[in-house]
Design a protein around this ligand. Structure first.
Ligand code: HEC
Length: 157
């Protein structure tokens, strides 16, 4: 009987050890669990409630085009993968809130957010914060929205 108990204990011990994947998954779930539902959907950063943006304001989009050119274009193309992912259709694949949070808080996004973590694993470079103000980030967002809506790149004018 005693021997049987030892055997059962050993079996349990080894089956627990063999489950490294599950342990990693549990750790990941725990990290994600610290995020609110809003953060999971829209990113971690200064935007912590839903935005309701109206139409693109073309003057703001033009200003955003200039910031994009000087602070983002060294790593991002519209349609092709470069140092970072293409961003020409980012406003279709991610929410406005997510894009702003990524621009303003890229380090935390790649450390704590599952989408950011996956991007970092794929691109292997951490996007540095580009010293843009929140208002400038919204101008860049309008530039990206305009591109996604019309295919027109306002830097080319
Ligand atoms: C030094 C290179 C670099 C610069 C400069 C840079 N980024 Fe990034 N960006 C990246 C990388 C790499 C990623 C993928 C995540 C990671 O690995 O950090 C990324 C991710 C992103 C994402 C998330 C993409 C997605 O699929 O969700 C957005 C949005 C973004 N960048 C916008 C910008 C904007 C706007 C600027 C300018 C203010 C900018 N980036 C400047 C390298 C850069």
């Amino acid at each position: 009987m005693k021997r049987l108990l030892i055997l059962v204990a050993l079996l349990l011990f080894f089956s627990a050890c063999g489950n490294g994947d599950e342990a990693a998954e549990t750790a990941r779930d725990a990290a994600e669990a610290e995020l609110t539902e809003f953060e999971l959907q829209h990113g971690i950063g200064p935007i912590d409630e839903p935005l309701d943006l109206g139409d693109v304001q073309i003057e703001r989009a033009r200003a955003g085009a200039e910031y994009f050119d000087s602070r983002c274009a060294s790593c991002h193309r519209m349609e092709q993968r470069f140092v970072g992912p293409p961003v020409g259709n980012i406003t279709e694949s991610r929410s406005h809130e997510f894009v702003i949070n990524f621009i303003l808080n890229p380090e935390e996004m790649t450390q704590r957010h599952p989408v950011g973590q996956a991007l970092l694993q794929e691109y292997l470079t951490t996007m540095p914060y580009q010293n843009v103000t929140e208002d400038q980030a919204f101008e860049i967002l309008d530039f990206l929205r305009h591109y996604a809506d019309t295919g027109e790149d306002l830097r080319e004018q």
